[in-house]
Design a protein around this ligand. Structure first.
Ligand SMILES: Nc1ncnc2c1ncn2[C@@H]1O[C@H](COP(=O)(O)OP(=O)(O)O)[C@@H](O)[C@H]1O
Ligand SMILES: [Mg+2]
Length: 292
């Protein structure tokens, strides 16, 4: 009943434009990806969302690392429903949004990547509308993805206005990150900003050095301008936070990684409306990406 009232209000606010899904969304989508696994994507997604909430944003995390469920583990939650309940038509997208004890809500990914690879037209419409409808509760959707350069990761990168690629100073992480950037650069038909986060850095200097090398290679070989979006120092406290299933931003606000996550969140909030990138019609975009 409440849902229906909300839909009506949104329709009215939309000047009776008819279909609330046919307009560009005010919810920004950012996708967190990497070439190599274990570089800190899920911790980044969760702690960034917590820091953004502190700054007055309404972030929502979508755990698109299907099958691994790291977001809920970091948050110490056991959600009742996940995306597979939407795919099986047991729940609506809004019904599977789980509010964590820290106030940031998330959507659990569910069982397997295969479920998302071969969606039926009905499922594409349902999930697409579901994602578009999240605008009612969130202004920023943070999509945490799995490791590797697979189709699902690339689709979620293309759905976003901003992609955050996490790399660490390890050579394999840099080369795998570059491979992902290259695939994104070759596949994109739309404008997506590629932002680089250097995680587990020994110092700011090291992070900047790693970024500069990557930037010059991307410029020379891909003709792509990538952005430096900050660094997170290597922080042994993250291990204890993880062990206790409490995100570091909550576990120890003064930990050096917590401070860094807050710094990055602040920069994201500081982006002027005019620099926010092209607004997306999420339903159409989702349909064009996931139809086969
Ligand atoms: N800045 C950091 N300093 C130290 N350890 C980190 C840092 N970021 C992440 N980690 C650790 O690295 C591991 C992988 O992190 P996770 O966020 O799960 O990566 P991913 O999602 O990319 O697989 C975890 O054990 C986490 O505690
Ligand atoms: Mg992860």
């Amino acid at each position: 009943m409440n849902d229906q009232a909300q839909v009506l209000r949104t329709l009215m606010a939309n000047n009776g434009n008819g279909d609330i899904f046919s307009k560009n969304s005010n919810m920004k989508v950012i996708t967190v990806a990497s070439g190599k696994g274990g570089v800190g994507k899920s911790n980044f997604s969760v702690n960034l969302a917590l820091a953004l909430k502190e700054l007055g944003k309404k972030p929502l995390i979508l755990d698109a690392d299907f099958g691994l469920a790291n977001v809920e583990i970091i948050l110490g939650e056991r959600p009742k429903y996940n995306l597979s309940h939407v795919l099986n038509e047991q729940c609506s997208m809004q019904e599977i949004v789980t509010e964590s004890k820290y106030g940031v809500s998330f959507i659990s990914g569910g069982s397997g990547i295969k479920d998302m690879m071969f969606l039926t037209p009905t499922q594409i419409d349902k999930v697409g509308r579901g994602i578009a409808s999240l605008e009612e509760m969130s202004d920023l959707l943070v999509v945490d993805t799995g490791a590797g350069i697979n189709e699902i990761v690339l689709k979620f990168c293309r759905l976003a206005q901003d992609v955050y690629i996490i790399i660490t100073p390890e050579p394999t992480s840099i080369t795998d990150g570059y491979a992902l950037i290259k695939t994104i650069a070759n596949q994109m038909t739309e404008h997506v900003r590629v932002n680089i986060i250097v995680n587990k850095a020994a110092s700011r200097q090291e992070a900047v050095q790693v970024f500069n090398n990557l930037q010059s290679v991307a410029k020379a070989f891909l003709k792509l301008e990538i952005q430096y979006a900050g660094f997170i120092p290597y922080d042994e406290k993250l291990f204890m936070a993880g062990k206790n299933q409490v995100p570091i931003a909550i576990y120890d606000q003064r930990a050096k990684s917590s401070v860094a996550y807050r710094e990055i969140a602040k920069q994201i909030c500081d982006v002027k409306e005019s620099d926010e990138g092209e607004k997306r019609n999420l339903l159409n975009k989702f349909k064009s990406l996931f139809s086969h």
